[in-house]
Design a protein around this ligand. Sequence first.
Ligand code: URA
Length: 273
Amino acid sequence: MGIETDIAGDWHAALAALAWQVELGLVDISAESPLNRYDLPEPVKAPPPPQAALPQRTPTPPPPEPEAANPEQAIAAARDAANRAGSLDALRDALAGYDHCELKKGARNLVFADGNPNARVLILGEAPGVEEDREGRPFVGRAGQLLDRMFAAIGLARDNPDPKAALYITNVMPWRPPQNRDPSPDEIAMMRPFVERHITLVDPDVIVVMGNTPLQALLKTNGILRARGHWEQALGKPVLPMTHPAYLLRNPAMKREAWADLLALQAKLRSQT
Ligand code: URA
């Protein structure tokens, strides 16, 4: 009994350690067959070229580190880059070229947007998670699947070519924060000009902000549980704050309120046609 408990304990500890390493980004956990690394042949060392054949060169200095910008400079650079973008493609390029956000260094992909750019409804989420970072598309993990089911219940889908039945989905942060931590106020502030430009370019009829990060980015306020279900205005458009689908997965009892919010959205869209 004692031994079995120990073995079970070790097994769970080993599984948790593996899961943690996957979370940290490890991808090669096992190979198809065992690999004895001691059997690998010694690497063959190429003989050094004769000194006389080498042209005399001064060593190339390493590329300069991008200048560490203070938050105001980072925001000004974001505003400049965002305002110069005249199309969604140009905005994506502007984000790809923006080097002031540290999150970019740890991300695999830029997660820009998904869905129909002519949609009447734009959904603004928080930041990519591990699946989104891997695929380069927003809301493709479990929370995204719930989001798709929620909006399908009122006849809206990201892949619908009809703008009236379509969604356009983007996030405040285009890069995954490590361990899915919340983006900092500085990180949100430097993305705000891009978010505002994104919304202006898509020009939806209604914006849905899902979770606290977009609430801070667009409405400059906190407390999604208080804000949800109350229509606000930003950039001259109606904005409906809703709880994030990841929160609903953890708190299924809150799905009732989310359903009420979806019906409010449906009513708003009907009243505007
Ligand atoms: N949560 C978000 O807010 N956005 C995503 O893209 C995925 C999960």
